[in-house]
Design a binder for this molecule. Structure first.
Ligand code: SF4
Ligand code: SF4
Length: 207
């Protein structure tokens, strides 16, 4: 289970290019999905002539099903420079995995509720941290892809691309670096230090 909350409008707009393809996932929206705010923002983007297409569907965390659906929008996706995803962190990562040459952005932060998230939680995991970093990490979650959940780069302990904590897994930050390099977006690594706000956990617990 999960809660998704729209990021601040300025944060979302600053992540976008000039042409945007939108994906809305309504799979878990009955839990809590900011549908009205998401619709309002999309209307605004549409009025500004920025939207090349919108796919509204459910369970985008199912990669086989999502791939079939994306194939139907290939032209609109090609026309866009950014794919903006309204879903939890698992959904955004699934899209980023399928569209590796495209800038994929998260419109929402994902908070935890006890229970189940996504149909492929092991492949594209989300720690429901409440402060989604995917826009800065090429769509790879630093909370779950790095053994130490580092949010500002590699610890320096990786050997031959493998994690020093768990040598059976690839270093998450090497994966992030390679993805950003592939996208020509290594400049995001020069962003100011991203502080982790642990108060988000408290915020969820109070609700
Ligand atoms: S950064 Fe990772 S854990 Fe946090 S919301 Fe995004 S996908 Fe989930
Ligand atoms: S080696 Fe990489 S994945 Fe492992 S803890 Fe260090 S930065 Fe994280």
């Amino acid at each position: 289970m999960l809660i998704t909350e729209l990021k601040a409008k300025e944060t979302i707009l600053s992540a976008l290019g000039s042409k945007v393809f939108v994906i809305n996932c309504h799979g878990c929206k009955e839990i809590r999905f900011p549908e009205q705010e998401a619709n309002a923002l999309q209307k605004e983007l549409s009025a500004a002539g920025k939207i090349t297409g919108i796919l509204t569907t459910d369970y985008i965390c199912n990669p086989e099903n999502l791939k079939l659906q994306l194939d139907g929008y290939a032209a609109q996706i090609r026309e866009s420079d950014t794919v903006l995803v309204f879903s939890c962190g698992v959904g955004v990562q699934t899209v980023a995995q399928l569209l590796q040459d495209k800038k994929v952005c998260a419109a929402c932060d994902t908070y935890a509720l006890p229970g189940y998230q996504g149909v492929t939680p092991l492949e594209h995991d989300c720690g429901q941290c409440g402060q989604c970093y995917l826009n800065l990490t090429g769509g790879i979650c630093p909370i779950t892809a790095c053994s130490k959940s580092l949010v500002n780069g590699q610890c320096g302990g990786a050997k031959n691309g493998m994690c020093e904590v768990d040598p059976t897994m690839q270093c998450g930050w090497e994966r992030i670096y390679q993805r950003l390099k592939q996208l020509g977006r290594l400049d995001v690594l020069k962003c100011p230090v991203q502080l982790r706000d642990y108060a988000t956990d408290e915020r969820v617990n109070k609700e």
